[in-house]
Structures are given as C-alpha cells and as structure tokens.
Design a protein around this ligand. Structure first.
Ligand SMILES: [Zn+2]
Length: 685
C-alpha cells in the first residue's frame, strides 16, 4: 500500500511545480547552507534584514495582483514570503540559542523581534485576507485548498474580519498577551530564593551532588529552586521537612509578581476570546486542535483520570507502606513524598541502581548507534558532511535516500556557557518539495564532548535523544509543495511521532546497538534491561494522574468567567482530586506553572497526554521483536511523517492505523503490560 501513495504524492508535487521549476536534484544539491560560517553582529543583522526584505518583496508582489487570483500569483508569493521569514528566524535561532559570541546573541534577540513583527503584520493584513478569500478554490489542489483554509482561519482568529475598532483591540490584546507571557516566564527564571541547609538535613543526598554546592559562612549548603537542586532533593532527601520546604518554595517562586501577571493574562485572554466570538479562551484555543473543542478535551482528561485512578490508588498504598518503613510518622503521602517513596521502592523491589546502568551508555556509542538505528529504520543514509559550524563540538549531517539528498541537520549536544539549557529541535529552514531542502538543529546538554571524557549517559537521556530525533526526522521527511503546510497544524499531534520513537529505546535489538560498557565493551544485558523497564513502568499511573491534574487546571482556568475564579482553590481541587496526594491548601502552584503563562499552551496543557495516547497506538503497528522490519517504518514515514501538515493530523493517523486512534494501547502501556521482554510474540500488527 505504501508505494502507490508515495508515487501519487510525488506526482502531485511535480504537477504543482510546473515546468519552470529547477531540475529536481541539481538545484537542491547545490543549495548553500543557511548558516554561512563565522557571524558577527553586523553580518547577522544584515543577513536577517535581507531575508526580511525579500519576504516583504514577495508579500508586496502578492498584494499587487490585479484580476483573477490563482495559486501561482497568490499562494506561491505568500509561501515565498513565509519561507524567507523562516530563513531569517532560523538564523536568529542559531544566534540566540547556540552562538558562542554574546554580541551575536544580543543581535539575535533583536532579530527575533523584527521577524515576529513582520509575521504579525502580514498575518493580520486585511488585504492579504481578501486575496485568499478571492481564490477560486475549485481550481486548487487539495493541499492548496488546505493552505487556503488554514490561512483564512488564521486571519479570522487574529480578528482581521472584525470591524476596525474591534480589530485594533484584538491586535492590541494579542501584543499585550505576548508581553505578559514573557514577563511571567522571566519572573520564574529570575527567582533568587536560596535555602541554607545544614549537613544533618541532607541524609540520602549523593556525595557528588553535595560536593558541587557552595556553602555559606556557617558551613551550610546553599540550595536554589532550579531543577538541578529541587529534583534531586525530591528524589533522594530522606528528611521529609527538607522535601516539603523545597516543594513549598518551588510553588511559591515569583508568587507576588506572577499573581498579578496571571490575573491580567486570564482577563485579556477572556476578553479577546469574546471579541472574536468565542465563549471562552479554552474554546478559542481548542478550535484548531485534533480534539476540536473544550468539551472534547474535558472528556479526554476525564478518561485519562479514570484509566489511571485505580492503578494510581494501589501504587500510592505501596508507596506509603514503603515510606513508613523509613519514617513511621508519615500518615498520608504528600506531593513532596511521592518521588522519594518511588525511589525507595525502585531500589528495594526492583534492585535498580542507576550507577549500574550508566557505564553502558558512553556518549559516542549512543550517538553513533542512534544514527545507525534511524538510518536502518527509515531506509535512508545519514552521514557527516563538511559544512561550517558555530562551535568545534557541533557536527553537520546530511540525509540521503537512493543518493538523493533529503535534508541536513546539525547536532549540538554538549553544554557550554550561555547555550540553550533544555533539549529541543529548531527547524532552521523549511522544506519546499523540489525546490528547497530542510535544515534543522538538534540541541541538548548531554555529557561528553571533551577529550578523555566518556560522557556516561543516563538511560533517561538516551530516551530524550530518541525523542528529539523523532522531531528531527519529522522535519527531514515532511515534504509538501508549500512550506506553509510542512508542519502539522494541530498542536496536540506534534509530540506523537517523538513519543512513538521513545518506545524503540528499550527494545533489546535496538539497545544492543546503543550500548557498550565503558570497561568490558559488552552491550547491556537483557536482564538489566528488563529491570530498568519494570522500574520505569510502575510509576506511570502516578505520572499520568499528575499530568491529568495539570491538564485539568489549565483547561478549567480558561473555561470559567475570570471574575468567578479562585485560582488557588482551583489548583488545590485539581491536584487533590486527581493525584490522591496531600496538597498544600491553598495551592500556589498556578503562579509557578510556566505553561499557564505561555499563550501557546494556556488552556491546552492536555496536548502532551493526547499525543502520548496517539503515540502508543501508532507504536502498536510496529513489531517489537523485529523493529527493523522495513514494512511498518516505511509505511509510517510515508503516511504519517511525509505529509507533514498537508492534511489534518486525524487523517494521517487514520490512514496509518486504518481507523481513528483508540485508548487501548495507551491503557496497556499505562499498566506496563506492553513490555517487549518476553511478550513480543503476542504483539499483532
Ligand atoms: Zn518533543
């Protein structure tokens, strides 16, 4: 079934390109990379401005058309404008997130603002909206019709079709929301709370973690509320009072300032939704998702809660029993106990010490292994290529299929000063079938990268590597004749392909290629894998319940009139009801919950869980005992990844599964019964 569809897609692409398009492979093979080599702030500023000028020329070309509107005089110049703006934004992303020079980084921030100003300007331009509305859609291809309807929906959602006064108000509101969102995040990042902790309170903390910390004059350890401090304390600190103090500190970060900011965000979101004709901000945000409505999100969260609740309740009992063996004064498990109790259980019942696992995953072995696994899985060649890079530790790669280039990417994987601190894929340049190859960069902060440093990785980091690679291959394979429809438009689908790839990590046939003990040179033994897996599985119902609580809080805060809201009691209710743990009352979590500040998430935190449910269903079509069987992976590439945003994500999932996605696979995963170790033969396609 896969090849005819592929053939059909490329035929459509060729038809759309017409005869004026440059010869297929040649133009792309000689495409110079977006990153030109050494940057300084002047050169960066000039390059960004020249991309923006080219974008503006294309946009003006589109507006200036007189007479009949068509794909070639409207969609193409619109897409060219978006494409040039994407180049500007890709360069700015390199500058801001990974470029070593601080002057370039600062110019990068200014460039980001210029790009976003340009994009907002053309996305709210009434003349552009009229141009799209004037297209005769019966003369358009399916992908062009989709591009057109997505663009028109975007104009409507930005208020372009409203009377002038309201249109201006929406625009002002959206700008204000952007500023408030930045402030909310900055307040959290700038939190300077410090705790001085005496040696006696640190029972259970790893010695190397203690040694890394500074001390005050009295010899007490200084702790912050940043992730590298709070997570280890919640996992390992035997003293309950310390865990509780850190948790309360964590949810009270930026409390006073963000209480005001969150209130303004909620009020302006509500007002904007009403101006645009929606009852609530949740309704507004739900419209362009797979879920489609706030009610359907609500039903989904309830379903997750129901599925996880019984297993969560019995897990909490086991955790309490285990914790009481150490500390009999604990009567009910609290938010700050659950991770620590899980760690105790992991060690006693699963005999798992992460120190046993790390030596199997030296960075070089893992990174070469992942590239080999991805090449085999998707039937492509991924090889290093000589391109200018911004730091000596960065490596450029190209992806080829039957000698024909598909795209390029950069791996920038080790920490250094002032570099982006999380793990993410940044698309740098969009794909346009037959005209332009995509470029992207994968950025992480994994150990290694220095001479004589083996860079032993945690298994969790290996999983993150796979996850991010999932975004990368999506970027490399998604191919449409217009860049504007390269990426899925449904936000609740975006994580599914990456979450699906995570499943490969724990398959013996995959692990044998990713692991080699730093001393013995042996791959990780199956028995250790099985224990790692079991230890990973038992916590799933608790994690799902916690995620459902956050999703509910995010949805409900944006579903009711702001005047009737009590944010703190709503946080308390969602957490207490769904997690089954003791929760501080009132709960101050909302003002420290970064996704609530982001206008992209706000009401839609559920998207992670939604994508996860889909990902487990997609995974059910693969053979865990024969992961390199080319059938499912190629079908998946052709039916799910390659169409990108050219069709609605629900259709892609349906094409691949032969039905709409369902909950069963996720429920099995939640119970931990999907282990391929010893169970793989029961998996069906
Ligand atoms: Zn992701």
């Amino acid at each position: 079934m896969n090849s005819p569809i592929r053939a059909l897609l490329s035929t459509i692409a060729l038809l759309l390109l017409g005869s004026s398009a440059p010869p297929h492979a040649t133009a792309q093979q000689t495409q110079p990379p977006l990153f030109p080599g050494k940057l300084d702030s002047v050169r960066l500023g000039r390059m960004v401005d020249s991309y923006l000028a080219s974008a503006r020329r294309s946009f003006e070309t589109m507006l200036s058309v007189e007479g009949q509107r068509s794909a070639s005089n409207t969609l193409r110049p619109w897409d060219d404008a978006m494409n040039a703006a994407m180049d500007a934004s890709g360069l700015a992303d390199i500058a801001v997130n990974v470029y070593p020079d601080s002057g370039v980084r600062e110019e990068g921030l200014r460039a980001v603002e210029r790009v976003s100003k340009f994009r907002n300007e053309i996305r709210t331009d009434a003349r552009a909206a009229r141009a799209f509305a004037a297209l005769d859609t019966t003369r358009l291809s399916p992908v062009e019709r989709r591009l057109t309807s997505l663009a028109l929906r975007g104009f409507r959602r930005a208020g372009v079709f409203l009377p002038e006064a309201q249109r201006q108000q929406v625009r002002k509101n959206l700008e204000m929301l952007d500023r408030l969102s930045t402030t909310f995040a900055r307040n959290l990042a700038e939190d300077t709370t410090r705790f001085a902790v005496s040696e006696s309170e640190l029972t259970g903390m790893p010695a190397d973690w203690i040694a890394r910390h500074q001390r005050d004059k009295t010899g007490k350890l200084i702790l912050t509320l940043q992730y590298p401090d709070i997570f280890p304390v919640l996992n390992y600190a035997a003293k309950r009072s310390l865990r509780q103090r850190m948790w309360l500190g964590f949810e009270n970060r930026a409390r006073t300032r963000n209480l005001v900011v969150l209130d303004s965000l909620l009020r302006i979101r509500e007002a904007t939704a009403r101006l645009l004709g929606y009852r609530t901000w949740a309704d507004y945000q739900a419209e362009p998702t797979m879920a489609g409505s706030a009610d359907s999100i609500r039903t989904f969260i309830e379903r997750v809660r129901e599925a996880a609740a019984p297993a969560n309740a019995s897990l909490l009992k086991r955790l309490l029993t285990r914790l009481r063996q150490e500390d009999s004064s604990v009567e009910r498990l609290a938010l700050w106990d659950a991770s620590y109790a899980s760690e105790l259980l992991r060690r006693s019942e699963y005999r798992l010490d992460s120190r046993l696992v790390r030596p199997y995953f030296p960075f070089e072995v893992v990174s070469k292994g992942i590239i080999a696994v991805m090449s085999d899985l998707f039937g492509v060649t991924i090889r290093p290529t000589k391109l200018p890079v911004w730091h000596r530790s960065v490596q450029a790669y190209e992806v080829l299929e039957n000698q024909r280039p598909l795209g390029r990417f950069y791996l920038d994987l080790h920490p250094r000063k002032a570099k982006y601190q999380h793990a993410a894929v940044f698309p740098l340049r969009g794909a346009v079938a037959g005209r332009q190859l995509p470029e992207a960069m994968l950025v992480t902060n994994f150990p290694g990268g220095e001479p004589n440093e083996p860079g032993l990785m945690e298994l969790g980091e290996v999983v993150t590597f796979f996850h991010e690679f999932g975004h990368l291959v999506h970027d490399m394979f998604a191919r449409q004749p217009y860049m504007s429809v390269q990426w899925p438009a449904e936000q609740d689908f975006i994580e599914a392909p990456s979450q699906m790839l995570e499943e490969f990590v724990q398959l013996p046939a995959v692990l044998v290629r990713l692991s080699r003990h730093e001393k013995t040179g042996r791959p990780i033994p199956d028995s250790l894998v099985a224990r790692v897996r079991a230890a990973d599985e038992f916590g799933r119902p608790r994690e799902a319940s916690f995620q459902a609580a956050l999703a509910k809080l995010s949805l409900e805060l944006h579903s009711r009139p702001v005047d009737s809201l009590n944010v703190d009691s709503m946080s308390y209710r969602a957490l207490a009801d769904l997690t089954g743990l003791v929760v501080p009352r009132p709960s101050h979590l909302a003002t420290a919950f970064d996704h609530l500040g982001s206008n992209d998430y706000a009401a839609t935190y559920y998207t992670y869980l939604w994508s996860q449910v889909i990902s487990k269903d997609l995974w059910s079509a693969f053979h865990a005992d024969r992961p390199f069987d080319p059938g499912p992976a190629r079908r998946y590439r052709d039916l799910v990844l390659r169409p990108g945003g050219g069709r609605h994500s629900s259709e892609l999932v349906r094409d691949f599964l032969g039905r709409p996605f369902a909950f069963q696979s996720w429920q099995r995963w939640l119970r931990g019964s999907q282990s391929p170790v010893g169970e793989s033969s029961s998996r069906s396609n």
